[in-house]
Design a protein around this ligand. Structure first.
Ligand code: NDP
Ligand code: BG6
Length: 516
């Protein structure tokens, strides 16, 4: 009998936009200034998100988007580009009527990011638009430019006093990557701190905006039955996996200098770790939640640099097959050096030195070109303390596991033992499965834009959080990079579950990875 036959289904209420019971407050009028508006992120994520929020009635009538970049464009050219982008994002769900009203709110201003003078031009352009759309002085500056020019844009916004708040708010949104090590992240934080207070700064991590990631805290802290079992007394270990089938695609220019530890661990995976391990805050508000997450980061045991290999395994994909199609190895991808030592996979073993987690390993794993797209957190409970079935059942009893499935097929599964019908004593592992089965109300970029308009920083990373994660990872990354010449890359085939050394990392502790 296969696992699917054994499922005990406990279906949750199906959430559709009609049945969502939470009230969503429409934000006050605002303007969104996008730096890098000719780029990929603006087309693929930012403008489609604003369009969908507007179409679904989550935005006020009073708002506008001012795109800025070096590419010369008129307002009409910008609208045409965004029309293509929105149609591409919602091919089956495009409304010409909504678009016509939305397009009137899109404007463009040609700038040179490093020329302080052109920020005056932005100001000159903003003032009449603010009057026309009655947005007051509520301004959001979204940095959708390559990370190398974040600092210059931030400093120029400050110099031109666009960061100052008088009758409205001035928020700045910074994309990832936020620095590439501790020093560069500190330098960026210090540039931000010269013109903005922490209350105005929104550091993006789109994983925090995923509905299922937000629901980790609800699952843990809105139910009283799980929390008593959420500690070293009952939990043997925790696994966090973010697997992708995609390769590096067109992003070699960035990825070659980043690698998987900077790209996925310092941000997304460490945030998942914090949400899994943190203590309940006294109130559910941005700074109290972020305080607890930072406490987790500060309790993580520093990686023992002299024996880094016992806690960290790196990999790089070779050629192979994904969904039956042949794919190139990383070194053969466009823009990648044929001798590249950039890691596309990593597995880490992490300990959190506090009362709740002492001695419980957290195994973290992420990679590109793995067999399936999957993000999940699995909580592996301890075996029963005494084997009272000895003599009747010879097999080892597989301990219970709770799996939080973050994407795709979002849901929660509890795997536990039951008695198989028939035989005197024959165990049967079954699944109690909750599946969200939902069209989520908000896509991640919609959520973060809405929160930024409403001044809610819960889903954004605070300065001390960024600093703590970089401080943990930078020495490890530097050590591993200094040994990169000795790595024998590629060391896993596309479509496999990663390098053999990653299997050894967990098997050396007598445990196994959950299959991807
Ligand atoms: P792009 O490479 O598309 O760049 C955005 C715009 O910045 C370009 O259209 C260009 O506009 C300008 N630009 C590019 N290179 C330079 C340069 N060297 N100097 C000055 N201006 C330059 O970036 P994305 O839109 O892909 O990403 C923007 C930010 O968002 C980056 O920080 C990225 O890391 C982050 N991000 C992107 C994601 C994505 O899916 N694209 C996902 C997550 C984060 P012009 O020449 O007209 O000024
Ligand atoms: C981005 C990384 O932050 O997250 C990418 O830069 C990665 O390399 C992506 O592919 C994964 O996000 P998601 O939402 O597709 O799981």
């Amino acid at each position: 009998m296969n696992m699917a036959d054994k499922k005990l289904q406990v279906r949750g209420k199906v959430l559709t936009p009609e049945t969502v019971e939470c009230e969503i407050e429409v934000p006050n009028p605002f303007c969104l200034v996008i730096f890098g508006a000719s780029g990929d992120l603006t087309k693929r994520k930012i403008v489609p998100a604003v369009y969908r929020l507007y179409r679904n009635g989550f935005l006020p009538e009073g708002f506008f988007v001012l795109g800025t970049a070096r590419s010369p464009m008129s307002d009409e050219d910008f609208r045409d580009q965004m029309l293509d982008a929105v149609k591409q994002a919602f091919p089956d769900d495009f409304s010409q009527n909504v678009w016509d009203k939305f397009a009137e709110k899109l404007c463009y201003c040609n700038i040179d990011y490093s020329d302080a003078g052109t920020y005056g031009a932005i100001k000159d352009r903003l003032e009449p638009l603010e009057k026309k759309f009655r947005t007051g002085e509520n301004r959001i500056f979204y940095l959708a430019v390559p990370p190398g020019i974040y600092e210059s844009v931030i400093l120029n916004i400050g110099e031109s006093r666009l960061s100052e708040e008088q009758s409205g708010y001035s928020h700045v949104v910074i994309e990832k990557p936020f620095g590439r090590d501790t020093d560069s992240a500190r330098s960026l934080n210090s540039a931000l701190g010269r013109s903005f207070s922490e209350r105005q700064i929104y550091r993006m991590d789109h994983y925090l905006a995923k509905e299922t990631v937000q629901s980790i805290l609800i699952f843990r802290f809105a139910n009283s039955i799980f929390e008593p079992l959420w500690n070293r007394r009952y939990i043997d270990h925790v696994q966090i996996t973010v697997a992708e089938t995609l390769g590096v695609e067109h992003r070699a220019g960035y990825y070659e200098h980043a690698g998987v530890l900077r790209d996925m661990f310092q941000n997304h995976i460490f945030q998942l770790l914090a949400l899994t391990a943190m203590e309940p805050p006294s109130v559910f508000e941005a700074d109290r939640v972020r305080d607890e997450k930072v406490k987790v980061f500060r309790s993580i045991r520093p990686f023992p640099i002299d024996s880094a290999g016992e806690h960290a395994v790196l990999g790089q994909y070779g050629s192979g097959a994904i969904d039956g199609a042949e794919v190139l190895g990383y070194r053969g991808e466009p823009g990648v050096s044929p001798a590249s030592n950039t890691p596309t996979f990593a597995a880490l073993k992490v300990f959190i030195d506090n009362w709740r987690w002492n001695g419980v390993p957290f195994y973290l794993r992420s990679g590109k070109r793995l067999p399936k797209r999957e993000a999940a957190i699995s909580i592996h409970y301890k075996p029963v303390p005494h084997m009272m079935f000895k003599g009747i059942i010879e097999d080892h009893i597989e301990p219970s596991t709770l799996v939080l499935r973050l994407q795709p097929d979002e849901g929660i599964t509890l795997e536990f033992q039951t008695k198989a019908p028939g035989g005197k004593l024959c165990l049967n592992k079954v699944l109690m499965d909750f599946s969200y089965q939902t069209v989520f109300t908000f896509e991640a970029y919609e959520r973060v834009l809405l929160d930024c308009m409403q001044g809610d920083q819960m889903l954004f990373v605070r300065e001390d959080g960024v600093d703590a994660t970089w401080s943990l990872l930078t020495p490890l990354i530097e050590k591993l990079e200094s040994e990169a010449g000795r790595l024998r890359f590629p060391n896993y085939a596309s479509g496999s579950e990663g390098p053999a050394e990653a299997v050894k990392l967990i098997e050396a502790d007598g445990r196994k990875w959950r299959p991807i």
